[in-house]
Design a protein around this ligand. Sequence first.
Ligand SMILES: *Cc1c(COP(=O)(O)O)cnc(C)c1O
Length: 371
Amino acid sequence: MATKPFHPPVRTLMGPGPSDIAPRVLEALSRPTIGHLDPQFIVMMDEIKELLKYAFKTNNDVTFPVSAPGSAGMETALVNLVEPGDKVIVCQNGVFGGRMKSIVDRCGATPILVEDTWGRAVDPQKVEDAFIANPTAKIVAFVHAETSTGALSDARTIAEIAHKHHALVIADTVTSLGGSKLFVDEWGLDAVYSGTQKCLSCPPGLSPVTFNNRAVEIIKNRKTQVQSWFMDINLVLGYWGEGAKRSYHHTAPINSLYGLHESLVMLQEEGIENSWERHTANSKKLIAGLSELGLEPIVPEEERLAQLISVSIPDGVDEAAVRSRLLNEFNLEIGAGLGALAGKVWRIGLMGYSSRKENIDLCLNALKAVL
Ligand SMILES: *Cc1c(COP(=O)(O)O)cnc(C)c1O
C-alpha cells in the first residue's frame, strides 16, 4: 500500500524552540516559488537585510541570513574569524558554549573555557581574569540567552571587557533576537548570529548573522583560507552582498525566506521594543501562575530570560510522564532539562508568536490538570 501524505498534529509549542508559527508566516511559506536570481527575489533579499538590521539594531552592511540553522550561524561566525593557533575565550554556562568550544577546537585554535554554573549568567569578572591570564586571546565568544538553562548574560559588559583587551566579541543571540533587548551597534558586538525558530517564530533552517567592519577587516586579512567553502563570508557575499551583480553561490531556500520576510515585517509592525515588552509581561504572568502550582524558576530574577523559563520539578513527579501527558492530552509541548539540568527542570518557552495569553492559560490549566 502506498504511503499516505504526512499531516502533523496541531500542537502548541512552548519548549525551547521551535515556537508556534504565526498563520501569516505559514501562508507566506506557501506562496509561489520564483527563481533565486529573479530581480523581484533580489528586491526581497534586500528587504530582508534591512529588516534584519532593524531587528539587530545595527547598521552593519554584512547582515544576512545564512541558509542553515542556528548552529551553522555559530559555525559561520567562528570559522571566519578564527585561524589555526588563535586563542579564543569561550564562556560556557550551558549547552551551547560547549558547542562553540568544539568548533574552536576544529579550527585548530585553542579554546580557553570560562565556566559558570548552569542556570546563571556568565560572570564578567571571570572573562576579565581569562584575558589577564591570556593577554593574546583574539576573541571572546558567549551565549547571550542560554536556552538550555534560561539565563541571560550581560552582553554589553562582556563586549567592553573584550575591547579593552583588543579582542573581538562573538555573541550567540539565537534565542534573544526579538525577545530580549539587543543592541548590536551600541554594545559593540562584532559578530552576531541568531536563528529563526525561536523568537522570530519561523520554521527552523535559517540563521541571521551580522558582522561589523572590525570583524570584516579581520576576515579579509586572514593568513589562511576559511576552512569551510559554504560558510566563507568572502564567497557568500557575492550572493548576499551589496552592489551590482549578484552571482550564484548556492540556491537560497526561497520559500523559507518568504517566511522570514513575513515574520520580520510582523516584528516591524509590532515594534521591536513592544515585542521585548510583550515577552517580559507574559513571562511575569506565566511565572505567577507556575508559582501557584509550586513550580519555581531556577534562575535568579535579574539573570532570567523572559522567553524561556526553567522551573524545578517537584519531588516525586515523573517529569517525562508529565511531558508526555501534556503532549498527548493537551497537544502541548514543553521542554526537558539538558545536560547538567536533565531530569531536574522543565523548560517552558514563550517565544515570539508563542508568547500569548492563550498559551499561558493552556499551559497553566494543563499543568494543573496533570500535576
Ligand atoms: C537553538 C539554539 C542554537 C542552535 O540552533 P539550531 O537552529 O538548533 O542549530 C544555538 N544557540 C542557542 C542559544 C540556541 O538556543
